[in-house]
Design a protein around this ligand. Structure first.
Ligand code: PEP
Length: 262
C-alpha cells in the first residue's frame, strides 16, 4: 500500500548536489578516467548540460582482462583535482574492500558496479566509509535482491544509498542489457531510497540513450547516470554508448521538456 511507504529519502552527494525529493539529478561523465585533459573537457561539458555531479571510473571491472582496466590511483588523483577545480562532486567505482578507504579519500560518492552488487564484504565496507553509495543493480538480481544488497550498506550504518537501475540480462540481444524501467516504479513503491537510471550501460548504443533517458524521467526516476565524452571515437572504454557534446545538450533540453510536462 503506497500510504505505508515512507517519504522518499534525499541523499546529499557533496556540496549542494542531492538525489531524491523534487529535483531531478543528472550525473554525467566518461565511463573511464583517461587523462587530466579528457576529464577537464568532460567536466566542462557536464556542467554546461546541467549535471550536478561528475562520473568517471578509475578502476574498471572489464569483462576481458585485456581491455583497459583504468588508471587506478592516478585516475583517483585526476578526479580529485577536477573536483577541486570545478566544485562538482565526483562519483567513482570502488571494486574491492581493500581500496574503499583510498577511493573514499578522493571521491564524494562510492559507486558499486553491477558485478559487485552482491559482494557483501564490499557492501559492508562501503557502509562504514562515511560516503554516499551509488548501488547499481546486479544484472542478474531481482528487485528484492537489489534492495537486500542496499540493506547491507544501511545496516552497516550508512543511510545514504542511491539505487541505480542499469539493465538486466535477458534473451534480447539488440541492446547490451535490458533496461528494466518497470523496476523503477516497483522500487518507488517499495522503498524510500532514491533511484536513478543508467541508460548508457543499459542499452550500449548512443542512439538509444535519449529515448530511454526520457522514459526513465517519465517513469519517476530521481535522476540519470550518463556516459558523456568530449571525443567518443577515442574513448578507451564503452565509446559506443557515450554521448558527444551535441547529443548530451540535446538530451538535457529534451529532459527539461519532459520534466516540466509531468
Ligand atoms: C560504470 O558505470 O562505469 C559501470 C561499469 O557500470 P556497470 O557496473 O553498471 O556495468
Amino acid at each position: 500500500d503506497r500510504a505505508a511507504v515512507p517519504l522518499g529519502s534525499i541523499v546529499r552527494l557533496g556540496g549542494t548536489a542531492t538525489v531524491g525529493g523534487v529535483d531531478f539529478a543528472m550525473i554525467a561523465g566518461p565511463c573511464a578516467v583517461e587523462s587530466y585533459e579528457q576529464m577537464s573537457a568532460s567536466v566542462a561539458m557536464a556542467k554546461a548540460g546541467g549535471a550536478v555531479a561528475l562520473r568517471g571510473g578509475a578502476y574498471k571491472p572489464r569483462s576481458s582482462p585485456y581491455s583497459f582496466q583504468g588508471l587506478k590511483d592516478e585516475g583517483l588523483r585526476i578526479m580529485a583535482e577536477i573536483r577541486a577545480e570545478s566544485g562538482l562532486p565526483v562519483v567513482t567505482e570502488v571494486v574491492d574492500a581493500e581500496t574503499v578507504d583510498l577511493v573514499a579519500e578522493h571521491a564524494d560518492v562510492l559507486q558499486i558496479g553491477t558485478r559487485n552488487a552482491q559482494n557483501f564484504t564490499l557492501l559492508r565496507a562501503v557502509g562504514q566509509a562515511g560516503k554516499p553509495v551509488l548501488l547499481k543493480r546486479g544484472f542478474g538480481c531481482t528487485v528484492s535482491e537489489w534492495l537486500q544488497a542496499a540493506e547491507y550498506v544501511l545496516a552497516a550504518g550508512n543511510p545514504d544509498v542511491v539505487l541505480c537501475e542499469r539493465g538486466i540480462r535477458s534473451f534480447e540481444p539488440s541492446t547490451r542489457f535490458t533496461l528494466d524501467l518497470s523496476a523503477v516504479a516497483v522500487v518507488k513503491h517499495m522503498s524510500h531510497l532514491p533511484v536513478i537510471v543508467d541508460p548508457s550501460h543499459g542499452v550500449g548504443h548512443r542512439h538509444l540513450v535519449k529515448p530511454l533517458a526520457l522514459a526513465a524521467a517519465a517513469v519517476g526516476a530521481d535522476g540519470l547516470l550518463l556516459d558523456i565524452h568530449p571525443d567518443p571515437a577515442s574513448a578507451l572504454c564503452d565509446g559506443a554508448q557515450a554521448l558527444d557534446r551535441d547529443r548530451w545538450f540535446d538530451l538535457a533540453d529534451a529532459l527539461r521538456d519532459v520534466l516540466t510536462s509531468l
